[in-house]
Design a protein around this ligand. Sequence first.
Ligand code: CMP
Length: 370
Amino acid sequence: MSSEERYVFVIEWFDQAASLIRKYNLTYFTVDNTIDMFDIKNRRIFLKRCQYPGLSVSELFIGATVTIYSRQLKVIDYADVFTRQKFETQRSKTFGMIKPDCYNNIGKIIDIIYSKGLRITNLKMIKMTLTNARQFYAEHTGKPFFEDLTNFMSSDVVVGMELVAENAVPKWRELMGPTNPITAKTDSPNTLRAIFGTQGTHNAVHGSDSATSASRELNFFFSLPNSPAVLNNCTCCIIKPHAIYQAGKIINMILEEGFEISAMMMVHLDKPTAEEFFEVYKGVLPEFTAMVDHMTSGPCIAMEIRQENVVNAFRQVSGPLDPEVAKHLRSNTIRAAFGIDRVQNAVHCTDLPEDGVLECEYFFRILSGR
Ligand code: CMP
């Protein structure tokens, strides 16, 4: 029986040409990592069972977007009881937040999160208002530390994350360590609060205490509109899908080079959006189509980056477009360190000084509906 173990999901695909949402069953056969797709409405095989090395079982969970043969498919439900039982016990979500005292350590913390096997399925930097912070921490209203806590949490930017793992809530709490960093440093020195926290309120990271809180906190945080984007003296950097697991290292490199990251969001671009954003490269870059395909193949992280003369300064840190050239000529650049080829070259960065604001506006005003 286990030799034909299979997971079946209901997935949706928005067929742009027909303006229709089409539904399929996607089956993943664990024995040989093959997949097939069945058209639910027309009751026929849509994709014959085949190898699809670009898709791993860890990418399949409710709410995920996966790309199969350039189609973006949204996983909306389990299609059978076996799959539901297997996945509901195995994979869950929690809410994690990097607090204002850890701005300089955002990259290091994201890197630790990935290295411990948690996946980041959504991420956004915001600056909470005092009212937001008081609502978020409403359960602590009246406690002696409430005013301090809410003032601190609204004093500067935070990065909120949807984290997915087996037993995500306890896993993230274990990685964070004891609430009080002083206790953490003696009792659990390898935890985030021991490494990055300083005292009670300034304890580096937050995590939900139960699945119910996780759901409330995720809904609350990701519906907050206040992106801290400044939209002047800025350049746009997008960490590309292939480099997403290196995002922590890339962000750390950017901060260590002295740039300010003033806005950040994870986004899964669809084809029309990617084509619109990269339109100026159409007919100019031979790899335009491959680039659009890659940019829509998984989540990216878009950032607004600021400094004096930032567009040119950031291009220097990104390095030459082609990672092979970068490795030879500019080995200490982002593309030399994390790029694979001209399409999978780790990051997009704004080319022309006059486009910095426009590209940041695209993500932090237009796509965010601000
Ligand atoms: P967090 O996980 O964000 O949830 C509530 C926060 O309140 C907690 O982390 C701390 O930052 C803060 N907190 C909890 N207990 C105390 C305390 N005794 N003194 C100061 N701050 C506290």
